[in-house]
Design a protein around this ligand. Structure first.
Ligand code: FES
Length: 167
């Protein structure tokens, strides 16, 4: 037997179905674009950042004593991709001829930490007897080269150093 029921509103149902499919595809595309764009920005953003973040403030110039070198402790924050690594470190700071000089705190022989001897006006390394002058040059002992200097700059009354960036 043949079904004689008339099909009502067939074109309207077809239109609604097409509209809903189009809307679903558009919303899916929009959500994918937002999530994908955010993810892409997250992964690429470290590559867009400048190198200026590696400068470290070691304090206001007014708090640093002129004359003998001063050892200053600081925390270095280094961005490694998406993480910020913090490592405590130190630097020797001294003013010479009106200019601030910063020395890496490790001896250039085998990397021992050295100290300043005010009575001898020299940096002394306890490991193998290396001696450096106030301007960082080798006076005696096995160190093969002068102390490593960091770049320095002054901004808003604060002394900044660039660890690892030799002057
Ligand atoms: S590590 Fe300083 S003299 Fe050897």
């Amino acid at each position: 037997m043949k079904d004689d029921k008339p099909v009502k509103n067939e074109p309207q149902n077809e239109q609604r179905r097409s509209f809903l499919i189009g809307l679903t595809v558009a919303m899916g595309g929009f959500i994918s674009m937002v999530l994908g764009g955010s993810g892409l920005f997250y992964f690429l953003s470290p590559a867009w950042r400048g190198k200026n973040e590696d400068w470290v403030s070691v304090g206001p110039i007014g708090s640093l004593k002129e004359g003998d070198p001063v050892k200053v402790d600081y925390v270095q924050r280094k961005k490694d991709g998406w993480q910020v690594l913090e490592s405590p470190s130190s630097v020797w700071v001294v003013q010479q001829k009106g200019e601030w000089v910063a020395y890496d705190p490790h001896c250039t022989h085998l990397g021992c930490p050295y100290r300043w001897d005010s009575s001898k006006q020299a940096f002394l390394c306890p490991c193998h007897g290396g001696v450096f002058s106030k301007d960082g040059n080798v006076v005696s002992g096995p160190p093969p080269k002068p102390l490593v200097r960091y770049q320095t700059k002054i901004e808003n009354g604060n002394l900044f150093i660039l660890p690892g960036g030799q002057a």
